[in-house]
Design a protein around this ligand. Sequence first.
Ligand code: G3P
Length: 217
Amino acid sequence: MKFFIDTANLAQIKEAQELGVLDGVTTNPSLMAKEGITGRNNILKHYVDICNIVDGDVSAEVISTDFKGMIKEGEELAELHEQIVVKVPMIKDGVKAIKYFADKGIRTNCTLVFSCGQALLAAKAGAAYVSPFIGRLDDISTDGLNLISEIRHIYDNYEFETQILAASVRHTMHVIDCAKIGADVMTGPLSAIEGLLKHPLTDSGLAKFLEDYKKGN
Ligand code: G3P
């Protein structure tokens, strides 16, 4: 299972990278705005900065909602760095754009996916990744993890190569449940990754080992 961090915060990306378990980064316009990154040139530069920190794929989202605009933007993003994956929304022109990019060898991440039908379309169009937003489904009393299971089942039926990127992951149990289901990738905040470290028996066990060592030395 790949671990992506879902942020545009360079310090957090560095921290996750230094932990040695980071496989990539996802961003979106809201996450960019949260870091105060505005203006096309600053945003493009920020993507390159992120690529220079991590080894894996970095999702960069188009803002256009029409086919031509998405193509223009996506090609510009893909040119920035070989690690860039163009993030395209699940709308009609987005599906067309994913197909266009797939034919040109440009990898895409189909975002804002909330149903199996949308995931099926993304795979048919040739998306490298599909991003079902599990936390946002949970927010409206719908089982986000169930969607991951259903997409896993559908993709396995037909051996689709599109990777299931569980997005809008909010906490450690989302990460663990996605791993049980067989999501290919999860993207979440640093807290969801570092939270996996924690267990009180580890802390008390280590304290006892160190205490006993001191007694004997
Ligand atoms: O990866 C998608 C993500 O950025 C959305 O997360 O927490 O805003 O639902 P959230």
